[in-house]
Write a protein that binds this ligand. Structure first.
Ligand code: B16
Ligand code: MG
Length: 230
């Protein structure tokens, strides 16, 4: 039975993913790296240091810099990013998200944030959404970034729920992989070809309707139960 929802933040609740990409592109250019369009999908959902590694890999610069230099690049990117998100308000909540969160609240579902971003609490506060969530995973406590399932397993535990009691939402390929590796039901938001591993796909957040997603979730859960009983 469905009891909780777990949300990625960047690209799901709000379009801060574009600010991450802008800040990374600025740093990449400074390092003489021209990122190809497919880098956008590779960077989505990855932790700060993993994202930097992806960029250096595109530029053939892996192993060129010391730990201190890498930390300085990451700090520089974060400074640019925090400037870009400073002006975010309630108006930056993506279409369909307020409706989804309100429907979930009315249905008695409990909700958590599973964002790799250390800036997630600040953004949630600016969007005036903090009170919807009973738990937010602290990425500082994690050993592994997405696509490792750790962050979604942690969010589910914080909610005190079982894998077959939650639905998790992601816009990133690495994120959908993480949800599936955690054994949870995945809703993929974005290009269906990129997010083919999800159980339920929508092109954008405006198409998220809780009652419809719940029907698909219940059908899949029922089928699994019938199969396990032979
Ligand atoms: P920060 P999500 C992720 O957030 C972003 O998608 C990713 O682009 C970013 O590098 C990562 O957070 C770390 O963010 O540098 O702010 O700590 O999609 O998991 O909500
Ligand atoms: Mg995301």
């Amino acid at each position: 039975m469905l009891k909780g929802l777990i949300f990625d933040l960047d690209g799901v609740i709000t379009d801060s993913a574009r600010f991450h990409l802008a800040a990374w592109n600025e740093l990449a250019r400074q390092l003489g790296i021209e990122l190809p369009p497919e880098a956008n999908d590779d960077l989505r959902g990855r932790s700060r240091m993993d994202s930097l590694a992806v960029i250096l890999n595109y530029g053939g610069q892996v192993g060129r810099y010391s730990e201190e230099e890498l930390a300085a690049f990451a700090a520089q990117k974060n400074a640019a990013y925090t400037k870009l998100i400073a002006g975010m308000t309630e108006a930056d909540v993506l279409p369909g998200i307020h409706r989804l969160l309100d429907d979930a609240k009315t249905s008695g579902l409990t909700m958590a944030i599973a964002s790799a971003s250390r800036n997630a609490p600040v953004i949630l506060n600016q969007l005036r959404l903090t009170d919807y969530f009973t738990a937010t995973v602290d990425p500082n406590d994690l050993q592994h970034g997405k696509p490792d399932p750790e962050i979604f397993v942690r969010a589910q535990k914080l909610l005190g729920l079982q894998t077959d009691e939650v639905i998790s939402f992601e816009d990133a390929s690495a994120g959908v992989q993480a949800i599936k590796a955690a054994g949870q039901y995945a809703v993929g938001i974005g290009d269906v070809h990129v997010l083919a591993a999800a159980d339920y796909n929508v092109p954008d957040t405006g198409a998220l309707v809780l009652s419809k997603i719940k029907v698909a979730f219940d059908t899949q859960t029922q089928t699994k139960e019938e199969m396990s009983h032979g």
